[in-house]
Design a binder for this molecule. Structure first.
Ligand SMILES: Cc1ncc(COP(=O)(O)O)c(C=O)c1O
Length: 369
């Protein structure tokens, strides 16, 4: 019998084969220009992102983490302010809040979507609340209609953590174009991934945009006159060149991710012991991850798949409030986030997966159950 090739969790090499020629040409042209920081290549990429996300202003930054940090800085959030965050996300969502000296307030998630529960947001608002950070986790928008309504009622800012959700949309609009500021990541494994770190901040208000532009470059305006204390949050031209090339492929990659998700959902439905991800009506999920829940048997399934040469990941193994750096936060306070962290398993969903690979994964799962 022919030995089967392993199926990696993600295969960036396969994507590289698709984009190799234009990507290498774009990077070479930056090298030849010797203009590495900001400049026209970054500006052109920002304009392309404004059109793609349907937002008036987009600004390239050094990472998704820095996008969140500069967003909080631009909105003047700091010591004494509370910022509401979901308890189930990548650490940067909350790390950025702590880094500006504000206090994170963790709220639970909706178990059907893994996203922040709007009722929990309402319940967490105090006179110190300054902002809320909905995360569009795994590529599906949080309930932005409800969250924006709550935020407007209480006069607080909405910062969208759209790091995993470029191209996603919901009834309230496109990811990153709904709140006061949107934050994206171009970490290489994201749906739109750079050839290193990179990120993007989007906003609607020209004054806020000007402030973001100043903060990105040490609050300088004009050069060597520092009106604000900012930082070096700049996106470099090599990243912008690579990302501009890849942006042309993003819709076709998203289409493939959505097709793989439908295939998984059709093949795995009805298996007792597995809960499948759901796409809320009116949402366009971009499936940065396809995450199933396997209560009680997650680790066993993961081992079985690994033995069959199939890569999986756990996003995320711990709710944020349980991270050792937040050890003073009371326990058991977000039961759905806790349950998710104990039962989630992300399956391979990269665009280049073949039907044969998807079948092998689904068969290996069915065999255990
Ligand atoms: C939800 C979320 N927020 C923020 C980030 C931070 O992005 P970056 O890794 O580009 O700093 C990531 C990505 O890793 C993420 O998944």
């Amino acid at each position: 019998m022919k030995e089967q090739q392993p199926i990696p969790f993600i295969d960036l090499g396969a994507q590289y084969e698709t984009v190799k020629q234009p990507l290498e040409a774009a990077v070479l042209s930056v090298l030849r220009s010797q203009q590495f920081i900001l400049g026209p290549t970054v500006k052109n990429f920002e304009s392309a992102c404004e059109a793609y996300c349907n937002v008036p202003f987009a600004m390239g930054v050094s990472s998704g983490t820095d996008a969140l940090l500069i967003a909080l800085m631009a909105l003047g959030i700091g010591p004494g302010d509370e910022v509401i965050v979901p308890d189930f996300s990548f650490f940067a969502t909350v790390g950025s809040v702590v880094r500006v000296g504000a206090t994170p307030v963790f709220v639970d998630i909706d178990p059907a979507t893994f996203n922040m529960d709007p009722a929990a947001v309402s319940a967490a608002i105090t006179s110190a609340t300054k902002a809320v950070i909905p995360v569009h986790l795994f590529g599906q928008c949080a309930d932005m209609t409800s969250i924006v309504a709550i935020a407007r009622k209480h006069g607080i800012f909405v910062i969208e953590d759209a790091a995993q959700a470029i191209g996603a949309s919901c009834e309230a609009g496109n990811a990153g174009a709904i709140g006061d500021i949107g934050c994206f990541s171009f970490f290489p494994t994201k749906n739109l991934g750079g050839i290193g770190d990179g990120g993007l901040v989007t906003c609607q208000d020209p004054n806020l945009y000007n402030r973001l532009i100043q903060l990105r470059n040490h609050g300088s305006s004009p050069k060597y006159n520092h009106v604000l204390v900012g930082g070096n949050f700049r996106l470099d031209a090599i990243q912008a060149a690579a990302l501009s090339v890849k942006l042309n492929y993003l819709d076709s990659w998203t289409k493939a991710r959505r097709e793989h998700a439908s295939y998984y959902s059709a093949s795995l439905q009805g298996i007792d012991g597995i809960e499948l991800p759901t796409e809320v009506a009116g949402n366009k999920h971009v499936y940065h991850q396809y995450v199933i829940k396997v209560p009680g048997r997650r680790d066993e399934l993961r081992r079985r798949l690994s033995d069959a040469g199939i890569g999986t990941e756990i996003y995320y193994p711990k709710p944020l409030h349980k991270q050792p750096c937040f050890q003073n936060t009371p326990d058991d306070h977000c039961p759905q986030a806790q349950h998710a962290s104990e039962s989630v398993l992300a399956l391979p969903i990269f665009p280049e997966l073949t039907k044969e690979q998807l079948d092998r994964i689904c068969n290996a799962i069915s065999e255990l159950f």
